[in-house]
Design a protein around this ligand. Sequence first.
Ligand SMILES: Cc1ncc(COP(=O)(O)O)c(C=O)c1O
Length: 461
Amino acid sequence: MSAVGTEIDRARIRELTAGEGEKLDERTRASRGMYDRARVSLAGGVASSYQVREPWPIYLTHGEGQRVWDVDGTEYLDFHNGFGAMTQGHAHPVITRAVQERAALGTHFAAPTEDGIAVAEELARRFRLPKWRYTNSGSEATMDAIRIARGHTGRDVVMKIFGSYHGHHDAVMVSIGVEYDRIGDRENLASLPYGAGIPQAVVDLTVAVPFNDADAMERRIERLAAEGRLPACVIMEAAMMNLGVVLPEPGYLEAVRELTSKHGIVLIFDEVKTGLAVAAGGAVEHFGVVPDLVTLAKTLGAGLPSGAIGGTDEVMASVEDGRVNQVGTFNGNPLTMAAARAGLYEVLTPDAYARLHHLNERLLAGCSDVVEQYRLPGYAVGIGAKGCVTFSPVRVVDYETFKAYQDVELTELSWLWNMNRGIYATPGREEEWTLSVQHTDEAVDRYVAVFEELAAALTRV
Ligand SMILES: Cc1ncc(COP(=O)(O)O)c(C=O)c1O
C-alpha cells in the first residue's frame, strides 16, 4: 500500500486542539452546569457510557429537521444523527403525526397489532428474507439472532470480525477496542473481553477473524472443525461501520457466503447501522449478498427504540416451532411500529434514497477535493447516507490497519473544530457521519467548507 498525503506538523495539531478545546469549554457553560447536577444522580452524568465526554458532555434540548440545539442555545447542523438512527431527520412531520395518532390510541398492549405486520411485509421485500421478529434495540437483535443460530445448528461457538461492534451483550463484547500490540497473530486473533463483567467462559466461545480476508476465515473455521468446535454463526457487518467506514473488497462477501453455506454456519449480517441507511434494503441490496439472518435497529424506529431480526424460513423455523424462545414485553410495541411503518412507507421512499445518495456523493466528493488539494494524509469513504474522512496514510481494510494507522489526535481536533463551527459530529474517534432525508445541499457544502478551513489551518506555514 502506498502512502498518501504529506506529514502534518504534530505540534500544530496540538496547538489547534488546545485552542479549540478552550473555545468549546467557553461556549458550553450551561452543559457544564447541567453536568454538575447530573452526576449527582446519574452515573457519570449520562444515560449511557457512550455519552461520556471529557471534560463534560454537551447536553441537547431539541432537534428539528437537520438541526439540533444544545442547552447553551447553540444551533448545529446534525451529522451525528443519534449514532446514525435518525435517517428520517428530527421531528419529521410524518413521524410526529404517526406517533401522536398512535399515542392517543394506547401505546402498549403486549399483543400484536396490524402495524407490526405491515412493517414485516416491507422488511421482507427490502431485505429478501421472508420471516421477521422484533426487539427493542440493536443489542437485543444481535443477542437473539445469535441464540437463533445456536438453536438452529446446535452449536455454541460464535465467529465475529475482530474490532466489530455488535452491541453490549456478553457474546459480542469480545475483541473490540483492543490496543495494537494485543491484537495477536492474524491466524489466531485474540479473544479479549471488552470491559469488566464478561465471564471468561463466554469470551472463550467467541472467536474473531480479520475483516476482508475470507482465506483466514476459512483456515480458522477448518481448525475449529478439527477441534469439534464448528461455529454456529458468523456475525459481521457487510461494511464495517465502527472504524469509520471500511468497505468489503470485491468478492469478499460472496466468498464468506459460500464458505458459511458449505459448513452449515448461519451467516448474520448485522445491519443495525447499514440497514435502511445505505439503501432501502441495506447492505443486502447494496452488495447483492443475502445472509441467513439480518439484524436491524437504529433507523428502523425513526427515533424510537427498535430492533428486528429477519431470516430465512429454514433458520426462523426454530422460532416458529418453539425450539428457540424469542420474546420480550415490548417487542412490536405499537408506538414503535407506528413510527416504523410511517418511516418505511412514507419517508424512506425511493426518492428519499436517491436524495440521500446525491447528498452523500456531494459530501464525499467535496471532502475528497479538500484532501487532495491540501495533500492531507487520508481519504473520504462512504456508502448510502454514511461516510467519513479517515485520517490514515494508507487505506484501512481491517482492524489491524485501522489501529496501525489511525490518527487519534487529528480525529479529535476535527471533532472539536466541527463543534465550534456549528457542525454536530459524532463523538468518538471511530464514528462516521449519517445524513438524513431532511439535509440540504447547503448543509453538506457547509460541512465541506468547515473541513477546508481545518485543512488550511493545519497546512498553513
Ligand atoms: C453494528 C451495530 N450492531 C449493534 C449495535 C447495538 O445497537 P444498540 O445500541 O441499539 O443496542 C450497534 C450500536 O451502535 C452497532 O453499531
